[in-house]
Design a protein. Sequence first.
Length: 99
Amino acid sequence: MGLKILVVKPGKRPEVATIDGSLESMQKVVGGYIEEIIIEKDIVLICNEEGRLSGLQPNRLVGGNMIVGTFFLANDNRFGENYGSLTDEQINRMMKRFG
């Protein structure tokens, strides 16, 4: 069973995707090392840790900070080691926020 996430590319509408949840699959989505930013009590934003240094394209303003490059959103599953799949409610909420 995969990890249901919302992928947000610069200049595009967010898209629902499924990855296997491995570090490699997350790095593939963002194009490099990952950095996590908690944006809501139950949602984490995963972006490219070196995006600014690499000159990635500006994407979205989040909490007063410009996130660059492709990022994705996942359920902040703090009861386990890994992130969880987004619920339909979370997807709808984040589509409105980032769409």
